[in-house]
Design a protein around this ligand. Structure first.
Ligand code: HPA
Ligand code: ZN
Length: 336
């Protein structure tokens, strides 16, 4: 549309994307072949990268998506695989006008397959350095814990010497909480967030995507998070909405993700206007771009098509995203 050049040029920060969610069906087939990984013959979706992409357009829920998302991890084996994955994302992000990205990854789902933390971290770190040098795109890594696993397993992962060392080296800026939300409230993960806060890590958690507004409250009260990932169910609790507005907590909203995973019927039903009118700070993000059919700019474009925002609305969104980023003030000044 005619808004495309304007939206493309906006100075963007992305705060909610899972690096593993940048694994396209094409790259999945390429890595499967390179690493001799057998794809399941029982699911016809894996016939070709085209049939897999077609299956991705028919997710019925967060859990339906997660099954494909975690299966795809099996092709990521070597440092170069992680580097290629992240570099592919950074190139897309830069083309879309992203200046700074704070990206998630899920170490537990790799460690259980025998891939070491060092392999993952070296690969991602190499891509981050290249993105800064060649694209001028700065980034931070956020280590996510999997809420569908027993919380003690997350505590164990958090305490691994190599994980603690990556915090000390400031190769990882903070912690997040993701995966299947229903019946896995934030309160179960206090034993990670308490110590994480004490050692100066930044804190965020997925809440209020498929789970209730109560989980947003739990993330704020029990985990002391600074941001809420998704948070769209906030509209169900007016009192909590006022509190989030007063505290200035930022939501990292993912409009296309919400539609594809059936949390919203269309982008029109994602409460963008309500958040703007209520003074809620939020950024607009891609979540898992290779699975949901759009990188960050496509999310901006679909929000514009559905909500008809003004230039001033977009300036507010981009300013809040820059100010809500976990980068040094000097970097924010350059982006503002
Ligand atoms: N929600 C929960 N877990 C996830 C997501 C998400 O949107 N993407 C990758 N893991
Ligand atoms: Zn997410």
């Amino acid at each position: 549309s005619s808004f495309h050049p304007f939206l493309q040029a906006l100075p963007k920060c992305e705060h909610h994307m899972h690096l593993e969610g940048a694994l396209t069906p094409a790259l999945l087939f390429q890595l499967a072949s390179r690493n001799n990984v057998q794809l399941p013959s029982t699911d016809p979706a894996y016939t070709s990268h085209e049939t897999l992409l077609a299956r991705y357009s028919r997710f019925s829920s967060l859990d339906d998506f997660l099954q494909y998302y975690y299966f795809a991890f099996s092709v990521l084996i070597h440092e170069i695989d992680f580097e290629s994955l992240a570099w592919d994302y950074f190139q897309h992000a830069s083309k879309d006008g992203v200046l700074h990205a704070e990206v998630f990854f899920d170490p537990q789902a790799h460690l259980t397959r025998g891939v070491t933390f060092a392999t993952i971290l070296r690969g991602f770190t190499a891509a981050r350095k290249r993105a800064e040098a060649e694209l001028g795109l700065t980034s931070e890594l956020i280590c996510c814990f999997l809420r569908h696993l027993p919380p003690l397993e997350s505590v164990h992962t958090f305490n691994l010497p190599e994980v603690q060392a990556s915090f000390d080296a400031q190769e990882i800026i903070g912690v997040g909480l993701d995966s299947s939300e229903k019946d896995h409230p934030p309160s179960l993960f206090k034993e990670i967030y308490g110590p994480a806060k004490t050692r100066g890590l930044r804190l965020t958690a997925h809440a209020g995507e498929e789970g209730p507004a109560q989980y947003i409250k739990s993330a704020l009260d029990d985990l002391a998070v600074e941001r809420i990932d998704h948070g769209v169910r906030l509209v169900d609790d007016p009192q909590l909405l006022r509190r989030v507005q007063q505290q200035g907590t930022m939501l990292t909203v993912c409009p296309i993700s919400n539609v594809v995973l059936r949390g919203a019927e269309s982008v029109k039903d994602v409460p963008i206007r309500k958040f703007l009118d209520s003074g809620i700070k939020f950024s607009i993000n891609s979540d898992d771009p290779a699975y949901f059919g759009g990188y960050i700019l496509e999310n901006y474009c679909q929000v514009q098509a559905a909500h008809h925002l003004s230039v001033q609305d977009w300036e507010t969104i981009c300013r809040n995203a820059i100010e809500g980023s976990w980068c040094p003030d000097g970097r924010k000044q350059v982006m503002l």
